[in-house]
Design a protein around this ligand. Structure first.
Ligand SMILES: [Zn+2]
Length: 222
């Protein structure tokens, strides 16, 4: 793999497995995975100034303002481990965010650096099926009734606590989330396609197959 700073942007609908895949690739490339959504929740849980602003919005299932997310991203990008590149998980999700990101790249990336957008495609039908079986634990572990069941039904393998369904995993909210995702992502995908940096991945395969697919399509580029 040649030396250049690498910036990889991971997209996919809810439950597409993009977070898992970003983590795997980040480990392989030795680059940090930056998930603005996760950073926001972290700020909320720590009760920081940013967290206090974003917390109530997040708790209602809403999206934090662009300004708050930009603050969080700038703070994260200033850290040493992001100097050689990074993977972005779940960002940008709107044209204004895309513009912000493009401006950041203009400042931090040079011409021979690599910027790629990886889109993991999963149909709405499959997303619904995946989410319906999803169960989570307060310790951070997550399971799926069919694809990744716990050893004992309803109980976390790691800590023994009772598993539950996330509030935003209900059928109605899922429908809203899928529609919102599809609508917001279209112009962003179009932009990356036009710039010739979009890589399409079939997300309706096993985690291992998706991983292999991503690796094969990226190996000559990174
Ligand atoms: Zn647990």
């Amino acid at each position: 793999m040649r030396y250049a700073r690498k910036y990889l942007i991971f997209f996919g609908p809810p439950a597409s497995g993009k977070g898992t895949q970003a983590d795997k690739l980040g480990e392989k490339l030795n680059l940090p995975v930056i998930s603005p959504g996760e950073l926001l929740r972290h700020e909320r849980d720590r009760g920081t100034e940013i967290g206090k602003q974003a917390g109530p919005i997040l708790n209602r299932g809403g999206l934090a303002s662009g300004e708050i997310i930009e603050k969080i991203i700038n703070k994260r990008l200033a850290k040493k481990d992001a100097k050689h590149g990074f993977l972005l998980d779940g960002y940008p999700r709107a044209i204004s965010q895309l513009k912000f990101l493009n401006n950041r790249f203009k400042k931090i990336a040079s011409d021979n650096d690599i910027i790629l957008a990886v889109y993991i495609h999963v149909s709405a039908k499959e997303v619904k099926r995946r989410i319906a079986g999803r169960r989570v634990c307060d310790c951070g572990a997550s399971y799926h009734a069919i694809y990744n069941p716990p050893k004992k039904q309803g109980i976390c393998d790691l800590c023994g606590a009772k598993l539950y369904k996330r509030k935003d995993d209900s059928a109605e909210i899922i429908k809203i989330r899928i529609n919102r995702f599809n609508k917001s992502i279209k112009p962003i995908l179009k932009h990356y396609k036009k710039n010739n940096i979009l890589i399409n991945i079939n997300g309706e395969q096993s985690i291992g197959e998706v991983e292999k697919d991503i690796f094969n399509k990226l190996k000559d580029k990174v």
